[in-house]
Design a protein. Structure first.
Length: 242
């Protein structure tokens, strides 16, 4: 499934080399269908969530819900995402996937939109895989403990700002496209990987510490964000938010 969409992502790589690093993946709209999904904790006190999207528009944020509620939009009924949830003891395992047998014809008008809202009160280990598209991950209000994001091609915004009570470790990999990362200035932040890839890398307010960038709060902070951020081609902007 993911390989099928990455064929289109490879074309975007060549395009991105000739531009400034900003990649926008457009999926023209056709016949539009919608569905919704709601998942409850069912006794779990922490959750591992894995999001695997081939191509399209992905939005993740917080919501007034027990665990997760989602709205999906897609051009063909067979593209309805597969949502699975299991609980083992106190740990929940949630997965949302593009159907494995999806047939995506780039010659026709298509659209694929996912909007996911998670409860702010649930400790969450979040993994996001995306072949190509635009991802907006507004994680400012979520209790993220570990984060893994892998985007093949497209523009990505990740917001980790806001008050945080627990440490967070994360790995962010972007093949081609623009990346914007927002982090809180009152939390210790350390970022490895700023020397990787091609394109502008802006991280105002950070200092170099060996092979890493750190903010002024990092050394003495009680709560820390330790991130590995790697990109292939594209602009990276890291913003510290009060």
């Amino acid at each position: 499934m993911r390989t099928r969409f990455m064929i289109g992502a490879a074309v975007l790589v060549a395009m991105a080399v000739a531009v400034t690093g900003c990649v926008r993946v457009e999926l023209p709209r056709g016949t539009y269908a919608e569905s919704s999904e709601s998942v409850t904790l069912q006794g779990a006190t922490e959750v591992q969530a894995r999001i695997n999207m081939g191509a399209g528009q992905l939005d993740i944020g917080s919501a007034d819900t027990d665990l997760m509620k989602a709205d999906f939009g897609y051009s063909d009924a067979s593209w309805e995402p597969e949502v699975k949830y299991e609980v083992n003891g106190t740990k929940g395992d949630l997965s949302i996937n593009t159907p494995g047998k999806i047939r995506f014809d780039f010659g026709n008008e298509n659209t694929y939109d996912w909007s996911l809202g998670f409860s702010p009160s649930v400790p969450l280990d979040l993994t996001v895989y995306m072949g190509a598209g635009e991802a907006t991950l507004d994680l400012a209000g979520l209790d993220i403990r570990t984060l893994q994001v892998d985007v093949g091609a497209g523009d990505t915004t990740i917001d980790l700002s806001g008050d945080r009570l627990h440490n967070l470790t994360g790995a962010i990999d972007c093949g081609v496209g623009a990346m914007t990362l927002r982090v809180p200035e009152n939390v210790g932040v350390r970022i490895v990987g700023y020397r990787d890839g091609v394109g502008r890398y802006q991280a105002d307010g950070f200092m170099q510490d060996g092979d890493a960038l750190v903010n002024s709060a990092y050394e003495n902070a009680d709560v820390k964000l330790d991130l590995v951020l790697r990109r292939g081609v594209g602009e990276v902007v890291i913003e510290m938010v009060p």
